[in-house]
Design a protein around this ligand. Structure first.
Ligand code: FAD
Length: 556
């Protein structure tokens, strides 16, 4: 036994936890109205693992022997379940393919090192054997960055860092912690919280993703407005490469450029294996509050968010949903939760009398942390901005509910998939000056794509992660594909996804704000960073890994 817990091979999260709409009476009518999917239709049961046709491992005795000597027999696994779990991430195409048993190339073996010297031994053995090494964190990526190329003839070794999961030391004076790369979000925070510290990095995938994965994909968390993206949080690290270790000491800043730290951030296993990192840690906040607000329109909401981003308030979370996402959120309310029943109706009646078109209302969450005085002052600043843009404060209740439920939403996608619906996300970042246009053009492109493939589709969006010069727009789209075969479904999916991604780069927005490049976004890399930029990237990857032994399918 390796002692490392994994997600379901066929879906998000752990066995036994699933989304259920039955206590949310408005959801089924809403979904049926928007995309024609009947949530009460019988879903298909989880696929049966024994029905999969898993190709046999292709690994020679010599490499097996070296890997076994490196990490111990019980930490070298070649059973089918282990290998399938390590084949895909959790993107929509990953889930459709794995559920359909589409397994053209599966890692041949999975190894679980206990420390950096074992990682070094594995990396060196893999390169000496001219095999392929793919680092594995939580397997939660949604950019296709774990799957071996279908035509890879060499042995593929998945290196799972799950046993390297300890907070090694905290430099309390500097506010830095040295942490092993394989630790998952909750475990890391438990270890730190018990000593009064937090990293504060909370991607929606927090429960099933790792520090090394966050670094390798340039992740962002919902509180990144305060704590920074992982690229800001990570101050130093160690990365194992063939025959050597890159050692970057934790520094508050440095002018040693070009920055190797920045090159490693987002490298998706192409430059080596991150074994540990020095990250910013903060004292657990005295107070923590998420307050909900409502704006009369998306334009008003965007203008307010921009003003908040340059105001004296420094919130931890800045998030606002467009009208579609707001309507969807309202439809997922439990009968007895949040802004509800008569009180909610009374409020909406008042707003309607004031001239609001409630179909256009946009729900926002702003997070505050710190001493009571600071939090109060920031709420006052934000409150004034909200009012100036015609918005109102809804209060703490819906904010607290959002905070409790935020890690449950990923389960909705599997539930939809069970009853034949496809849902996925695309996210980008752009300057404030371009955000309204990126938003309009993207929603239009998705609607046109739905029309081209002849389906009723739905697209919704929220703004999150505000910066000085712009923000992230996060789109979620869903539709019933109207065809059964996995390949046909994915063809329709890609028509929509490509239309959205192409719109991003056409309008000067980035191909992804925090999901990385992987294989799914690689098509737009050149448009994102220019052909000369791609040349720089190719030189870097070839220089470090001339034999293409390190996760060769991803990025370029
Ligand atoms: P994996 O998926 O295991 O690996 C991702 C890539 O990193 C692979 O290329 C792998 O080879 C490489 N890698 C992993 N560990 C190492 C290492 N130690 N050294 C070198 N390379 C390594 N992302 C966000 O940023 N914010 C979000 O809010 C967010 N929400 C999500 C919600 C859902 C439902 C899902 C499915 C995904 C979400 N993601 C989000 C995407 C995903 O969780 C991130 O990309 C995450 O950083 C991946 O971490 P992981 O440990 O799961 O890495």
């Amino acid at each position: 036994m390796t002692g490392v817990a994994h997600q379901k091979w066929w879906g998000w999260g752990v066995e036994g936890v699933a989304f259920n709409h039955r206590d949310k009476p408005k959801m089924a009518p809403f979904v049926y109205d928007k995309v024609g999917i009947d949530l009460n239709a019988p879903g298909s049961p989880p696929p049966n693992f024994d029905d999969l046709d898993v190709p046999a491992p292709r690994i020679g005795e010599e490499l097996t022997g070296t890997l076994t000597a490196a990490v111990g027999r019980e930490h070298v696994r070649d059973d089918d379940l282990e290998r399938v779990i390590h084949t895909y991430g959790k993107g929509l195409p990953d889930l459709v393919r794995v559920r359909a048993g589409d397994l053209p190339r599966v890692p041949d073996v999975v190894v679980y090192p206990a420390d950096e010297s074992q990682v070094q031994a594995v990396v060196d053995a893999v390169v000496a054997a001219d095999a392929v090494l793919i680092p594995f964190g939580g397997g939660s990526n949604i950019s296709g960055s774990l799957t071996p190329p279908a035509d890879e003839q060499r042995t593929v070794v998945s290196l799972d860092l799950g046993r390297m999961n300890r907070v090694l030391e905290v430099d309390e004076e500097a506010g830095l912690a040295r942490i092993q790369a394989g630790v998952q979000g909750p475990d890391m925070e438990d270890q730190l919280n018990s000593r009064g510290w937090t990293v504060g990095h909370q991607p929606d995938s927090f429960r099933h993703s790792t520090l090394g994965g966050w670094i390798a994909t340039r992740s962002s968390g919902m509180q990144s407005d305060k704590y920074g993206d992982i690229a800001d949080i990570t101050r130093g690290l160690r990365m194992v490469q063939p025959g050597k270790v890159v050692v970057l000491r934790p520094l508050p800043s440095t002018s040693t450029g070009p920055s190797v730290r920045e090159m490693i951030l987002g490298s998706e296993g192409r430059l080596g294996v991150v074994t540990e990192a020095w990250v910013h840690v903060h004292r657990l906040p005295e107070n923590r509050d998420i307050i909900a607000y409502l704006y009369p329109s998306w334009d008003a909401a965007l203008a307010a968010m921009q003003e908040i981003s340059v105001s004296d308030a420094a919130p931890t979370v800045t998030r606002v949903s467009d009208a579609n996402e707001t309507q969807f959120s309202l439809s997922t309310q439990k009968e007895s939760a949040g802004l509800k029943g008569k009180a909610q109706q009374a409020l909406f009646d008042v707003l309607a009398r004031r001239g609001w078109d409630l179909e256009q209302a946009c729900l926002s969450y702003i997070g505050y942390e710190g001493g009571a005085g600071k939090v109060k002052a920031e709420k006052n600043v934000v409150g004034r901005i909200v009012r100036r843009h015609g918005g109102i404060k809804l209060g703490r209740g819906p904010g607290a509910l959002y905070d409790q439920k935020k890690f449950d939403t990923p389960y909705i996608r599997d539930f939809l998939l069970d009853i034949g619906g496809l849902a996925d996300v695309s996210e980008t970042a752009a300057p404030w000056s371009k955000l309204p246009e990126v938003y309009m053009a993207t929603t239009r492109a998705a609607r046109e794509a739905f029309e081209r493939i002849g389906v009723r589709g739905f697209i919704m969006c929220h703004l999150s992660h505000s910066y000085h010069s712009g923000a992230c727009l996060y789109f979620t789209f869903a539709f019933a594909p109207g065809v059964d075969g996995a390949q046909e479904q994915l063809e329709r999916y890609w028509t929509v996804k490509k239309a959205i991604q192409q719109t991003f780069v056409d309008l000067g927005a980035t191909l992804s704000h925090h999901h990385g490049v992987g294989t799914d976004h690689a098509h737009w890399l050149e448009e994102d960073i220019s052909p000369a930029g791609t040349d720089v990237m190719v030189s870097l990857l070839q220089g470090v890994d001339p034999g293409r032994n390190l996760n060769p399918g991803t990025i370029i």
